[in-house]
Structures are given as C-alpha cells and as structure tokens.
Design a protein around this ligand. Structure first.
Ligand SMILES: [Zn+2]
Length: 614
C-alpha cells in the first residue's frame, strides 16, 4: 500500500483557482516526473521488470544469493509502482477537474493489481524454504540486509495454513466486508434523521455532520434536544446495528480461530507485531488517570455554570473563541522556532522542505480537502498537501504533516526501500510530537490571558477526546470480542448495557462528575471504527508516546532528542515496540503514561490559575 498518511478532512471552501497561487506555494510535482511522457516511459520500464520477475518463480530457495537477487528485483518493481502512482495521486488531488490525474490513477491502479498478483508467490515460497536452510541463508552476507524483512514473514509461520486451506480462507475474504458495507449504507443513506427545533425557533434536520456541529451548541436546551433526537434515530435501529456489529466480531473470531490465535486481540495485533500487553496496559493506565479527567470536567461544569454536568454538555466550549491569525509565511517561522529543540539537522530538513517546494499550501478549486503527507516516492522527497486557512489549527496541521515528512525523509535516506516504511503504530508519533512542541512553544510565549486560556482549553479537550474517549472505545471493543469468544450473543441490550457501564466508569458518574442519560447508551452504533479490528488504541498510544517525547525534548534533554531522531531514521527496520524503545519510550511500562499525565496535570493547573485570576 502506498504510504499516505491522511489526516483531518475539512471542507476547503476554496474560491481561488490554481493559477492564482504563487508558484512557491505549490508543490513541485515535476520532481516526480518532468512530463507525462516521462511517466509513460517509466511505466513501460515497470512492465518489463514485472515480466522479468516471473523468472524468479521457483528459485527463491536455491541460494542466499539467488534469494537476495530476486528480492532486489521485487523491491525495484514496488518502488517504481509507488512513484508512478504517487504522481497520479498528486495530480488528481491538486485539481480533480483535470482528468489526466484520474486517468493515470486508474491505469496505475490496475497495474498495481497485476503487480500484487505477480509478486504473490514470494511469501509462500520463502515460507516453504525449510527453516534450517533459511537460517544458513540468513548467516550469509548476501542476504544480511533482508533479515528483518524475512523475519517479518516467517514469524507468523505457525499461523499460516496449507496452500489449499489458505485458498479457502482467502475466498472467505469477500464476505468479510459485508457488515461494514451495510453499516455504512444504513448510517449514511437509510437512517432517517429527525428534525430538531431550537430555542430561537429555527429547525434543523440532523445528519452526522450536523450532529457534530450542534452537539456543542451554546444553549443547553438546544444541546439536549440534539442529543435526544440524534440518539433516538440510532435507538430505532439498534437491533440492526447490533446484528452488524455481531457480524464483524464473528468475522474477527473466524480469522483468529482458523489461524490458531488465542484471542481476537492477539490475531489483530500480530499483523503488525504489537504484543497484546500494549493494549491492556494502555487501558489500565488511562483508567488510572481518570481523576485528572474528572478534575477537568469539574472545571468545565463550573465554567458552564451548571448544577449538574451531563453527557450532552461535554462538547460545549468553556472558553470563548479568540481571533488568532497565523498567515502561512510567519507561521512557518513559528513552527521552525518551535522545532528548534530537535536540533540543527532536523531544522535543515524543514528548511529544505520549504525551499524545495514539498508542500501544496492553499485551498483551490477542485483540490482535495483536508491534509496529508505522502512519503512513497522513495528516491524523490515527501509531498505534503495542506488547505491552509490562516488560523492556529492550520499552523498546527503544518507542524503535524511536517512531522510525517521529516520521518519519511529520514527513513528514506537511512534505510533501503524495504525497511523504510514505518509501521502505523509509530507513524502518528512523529506528527503529534511536532504538534506538541508547537503547542508548548506558543503557549509558553503567549502573554494574552484569553489566548492562553483558549490554547489550554483546546489541549485539554484533545486529552478528553483522544486519550479517554478512545481508550473507552478500545475497552468496549475488547469486551465485546471477549464476550463473543465466551459464547455470549451480542444483543442490542447487552451492547447498550456494556457501553453505558463504561461511560459511567470513565466519566465518573459514581463520583458525581458527570451524569449519563441511559438514552445515550446506543452511541456504540455511531462509531464506525468498531469495524476496523482493534485499530483505535493506536490513537491513544501515539498521543501518550508523543507527549512523553515532546515533554523531554522541549525540556532540553538532548539525549532524548538523539534517541528520538534515531527512531525516525530507523524507519521500518524494526518492530513497532522496539522502534519506540529506541526513542526512549517503553509502551509496555507505565512510565510514558506517568510523564504524559504530568503534562496534562500541568495544563490543568495553569488553566485553573488563569480562571481564578480572571
Ligand atoms: Zn497524521
């Protein structure tokens, strides 16, 4: 899969066309291919490499030298396909109204499918080499560079079945997406969302997007009306939703069982070699940190002037929004100053990125919304898409995407292609670390109490939504899989009951922090991520790891900085947990959580003081 890290999707609202933007604020796509003709020529080269590769079939087990030679050929093919599709995607994303991008994208997509088929024999053939023989291969210098790559295939030997069984398993793959597809159709197309009448007399027909807008309504009666109506819509279909969720849990169960894993969690995490203890430690540690969330929620209740905080009050903003303008060019300087603790070599990469036009800055007509970084053009440079909007959020997104870009640049520079692709578990660490360094820099320098309050308020909200809310989701996901494994049917009642209990525990109902209306227990039906097979915990682990890293680096710990940079350079040459360990963060232990919660506590203390002195 080409490596594109896709971040927030926001509406661009573009009024300008591409030719109205200065060249220096547009990415230099010619660095990929000087012309369409050059792209065609490289495609022809890819086709001939693919034909030549067929000669490797049946020969991988012959000798270490032969295996290394074939793997080199395979790498060259994949690398070329990535660069070709990178060009097509960038062209398409910068302006969808230009059809060339779409055409090239479709063509290279089909080549990609053929490529996967042409390379499909590699893994089974490596697995078929007798372990003892493969071990002697691995002693040889010819193959030394591929040790991690090969280990990543053979480590799952015990979970791979015979070729005919594998074929049957693969066929079941077609059924695997059914629950999610139906879920999406039901939620986005069929679910009849109600109308809500607001206190000013206006009415709005809800949708998912409008729910996220109006759940933070300033008028409490409006918020409650939105929550009551929105969750009623899901309640009306809760048995159907329960059926779909039960379907996806059975799918995960099936895969865990046919591949002889002890649990669904183990099966899911083994795909990227993450031990299950990372998951359970995360839940334990976040649970232990709940008193800080409760302290924040009590402050929220006080600032909102409420006698009782309800679940429908959580999105209401406690701090009036303040005008903070950050135009791109000055913002770039602020980001560079914020990242200075990462050292001169890192800053040099950021400057190079600005000078060599890695970034497409402004929203324009036909351009893709949101922001992302693509680092898949291994021997070119990373590309960053932004829709820069002159506010703090845009500046923070710039720092975030440049975190991904710095990571890709360093891993592409220091690792061979097959070891350059870093795992998803560490991907967001590089970006959130930059975001956090920016926040520490800006908040620390801000003298205006209102702006400082706003920044601290936003930060604490991100703790609530990224750490606590995601940990709750992760725990719910684990529990429903465990219940299914124990033979309990996942009925709507059981799902509601399990979810409601978690809401009450996380938001401190028993301690008088936040009251949960049982009407909202159906929220589980709203979260599409429960269909992604144990994915969400990484939002929390990434946030915690980056917070710990940024806190040390911002404090001037050069040892921590060097350790972190060595992780960035290591790319995907090691397994996820080892990579974070290189950066000085052991996610199997409580330590990073302790450091991160200190950062939250510090922000809380600061905001409480500011509120007192107002
Ligand atoms: Zn990201």
């Amino acid at each position: 899969m080409p490596r594109v890290v896709l971040d927030s999707e926001r509406t661009a609202g573009a009024t300008r066309t591409r030719d109205q933007i200065e060249l220096k604020h547009k990415w230099k796509i010619e660095d990929l291919y000087a012309s369409e003709g050059a792209w065609e020529k490289d495609l022809a080269e890819l086709e001939s490499e693919m034909r030549a590769f067929a000669r490797c079939k049946g020969k991988l087990g012959k000798s270490a030298k032969q295996l290394a030679k074939c793997l080199d050929q395979q790498l060259s093919i994949v690398k070329r396909q990535y660069r070709l599709s990178n060009y097509a995607s960038r062209l398409h994303d910068q302006d969808a109204s230009v059809t060339l991008g779409q055409q090239l994208y479709e063509r290279i997509g089909k080549v990609g499918t053929r490529m996967s088929a042409a390379l499909a024999f590699v893994e089974p053939e490596i697995l078929a080499i007798p372990p003892k023989k493969l071990d002697t291969f691995l002693q040889s210098n010819a193959i030394a560079d591929y040790r991690h790559y090969i280990d990543n295939i053979t480590r799952r030997r015990a979970h791979v079945r015979s070729p005919s069984e594998e074929e049957i398993i693969a066929r079941a793959g077609d059924l695997a997406d059914v629950p999610y597809n139906v879920y999406q159709t039901l939620s986005t197309l069929n679910l009849p969302f109600p109308e809500v009448k607001f206190s000013d007399g206006s009415t709005v027909k809800l949708s998912q997007a409008l729910y996220t807008r109006y759940r933070s309504a300033a008028d409490r009666a409006d918020r409650i009306a939105v929550f009551q109506a929105f969750w009623q819509a899901y309640r009306d279909f809760r048995e159907s939703y329960a059926g779909l969720l039960a379907g996806v849990v059975s799918r995960d169960r099936y895969h865990a069982e046919v591949r002889s894993y002890k649990s669904d969690l183990e099966a899911a995490l083994d795909a990227t070699c993450v031990p299950t203890s990372i998951y359970t430690t995360m839940i334990e540690q976040v649970r232990a940190g709940r008193p800080l969330l409760w302290r924040y929620l009590k402050l929220k209740k006080k600032l909102l002037g409420l006698a009782e905080l309800g679940y429908h009050d959580l999105y209401a903003s406690i701090i009036p929004s303040v005008e903070m303008k950050y135009e791109f060019v000055p913002a770039r300087e602020i980001v560079l100053a914020a990242l200075a603790p990462l050292g001169p070599d890192y800053i040099a990469i950021m400057k190079k990125a600005f000078e060599e036009r890695w970034t497409d800055v402004y929203p324009t007509k036909g351009k893709r919304s949101g922001a992302y970084m693509s680092g898949s053009a291994y021997d070119v440079h990373p590309f960053v898409l932004l829709n820069y909007n002159d506010d703090y959020d845009s500046m923070s997104t710039l720092a975030h995407e440049f975190g991904h870009a710095g990571h890709s640049f360093l891993s592409n520079k220091h690792q061979r292609f097959h070891n350059s692709r870093y795992p998803i578990f560490v991907a967001e660490v590089a970006s959130i670390t930059n975001e956090d360094l920016l926040r520490l820099h800006v908040t620390g320098a801000e003298r205006d109490a209102k702006k400082k309050l706003f920044l601290l308020g936003e930060y604490l909200e991100s703790w609530r939504t990224t750490v606590f809310r995601q940990a709750l989701f992760a725990e719910f996901e684990l529990r429903i899989h465990e219940m299914a494994q124990a033979g309990k049917p996942l009925t709507a009642d059981l799902l509601d009951e399990t979810y409601l209990a978690l809401l009450r525990e996380y938001y401190g109902e028993a301690d008088g922090v936040c009251k949960i209306d049982p009407h909202y227990a159906v929220e589980w039906a709203y979260i599409p991520h429960f269909f992604y097979n144990f994915y969400m915990f990484q939002y929390t682990t990434s946030f915690i790891a980056s917070t710990a890293i940024a806190r040390r680096i911002h404090g001037g710990d050069t040892g921590a900085r060097d350790a972190y940079l060595s992780m960035l350079r290591a790319g995907g040459s090691r397994y996820p947990v080892e990579l974070l360990e290189m950066a000085g963060v052991d996610m199997r232990s409580a330590e990073p959580y302790k450091i991160a919660f200190e950062a939250m506590e510090q922000a809380l203390t600061e905001i409480e003081k500011l509120v007192e002195s107002k």
